[in-house]
Design a protein. Structure first.
Length: 228
């Protein structure tokens, strides 16, 4: 598989390595790809890699307008008008808000457009439409593969651990979840913990519910969860 991204940043190789790692694990466990949901699509590295891997369709949700613009450019360059990759401009959160302001993380790990929600960072997008996790997950009866990388926004769901496991695994065969650190209180207002301990804890939630859990070699805070 090769994806030529027209618009990207210095994080491209790492994002593509993560994408290929997850898709390889999926194929080993589940076989062929069906419908794929990419929450936190950035500029399309995973979404377009999934398309190249044979996904029936890819729904790519991105909350940063700058990233979303790059995502559109890359979709047109790689996918054209096939409509196998469909973009949505929205933030996915468990929230009653209709819109949410997003902020740019100074020195964020995804480059200049790493988006966080903490008020201490400069405003990036003043009013991004909000979709709840249940809303976007229910766009298909069952997704083949769900990837979530939303810079700490996943904790709006994970704080309700039993509900999180139930909602996520009811709608997918395979979950690719990047769990952002609780030990960075300037990003995520929570009690600091030992580094990476939170990832093991979240993985254990899914394992206790009977699902298969592995970690990617590329990124120690990324969980792969195969539905039981």
């Amino acid at each position: 598989m090769t994806v030529a991204l027209r618009t990207s940043d210095g994080f491209a190789d790492r994002l593509l390595a993560d994408a290929r790692d997850g898709l390889a694990q999926y194929r080993a466990i589940c076989g062929d790809l069906g419908d794929v949901l990419d929450i936190g699509a950035h500029y399309g590295a995973f979404a377009l890699e999934a398309r190249e891997a044979g996904a029936s369709s890819v729904l790519a949700v991105e909350a940063s307008l700058a990233n979303y613009t790059s995502l559109l450019e890359n979709i047109m360059a790689v996918d054209g008008y096939s409509y196998r990759v469909s973009p949505i401009y929205a933030a996915v959160l468990e929230s009653d808000l209709r819109t949410v302001p997003l902020r740019r993380a100074a020195g964020g790990n995804s480059g200049q457009y790493s988006v966080v929600f903490h008020e201490g960072h400069p405003l990036s997008d003043a009013a991004v439409p909000v979709l709840t996790f249940s809303t976007v997950l229910e766009k298909r009866f069952r997704w083949s593969y769900v990837k979530i990388d939303i810079e700490g926004g996943e904790w709006s769901l994970l704080q309700q651990r039993e509900k999180a496991v139930e909602i996520l695994m009811a709608h997918t065969r395979f979950l690719d979840l990047e769990v952002h650190p609780l030990d960075a209180p300037e990003y995520y207002p929570a009690t600091p913990r030992e580094q990476y301990a939170y990832v093991d804890e979240v993985g254990e939630w899914f394992r206790t519910a009977g699902h298969g859990v592995t970690w990617t070699a590329q990124h120690p805070t990324r969980l792969f969860v195969a539905a039981k």
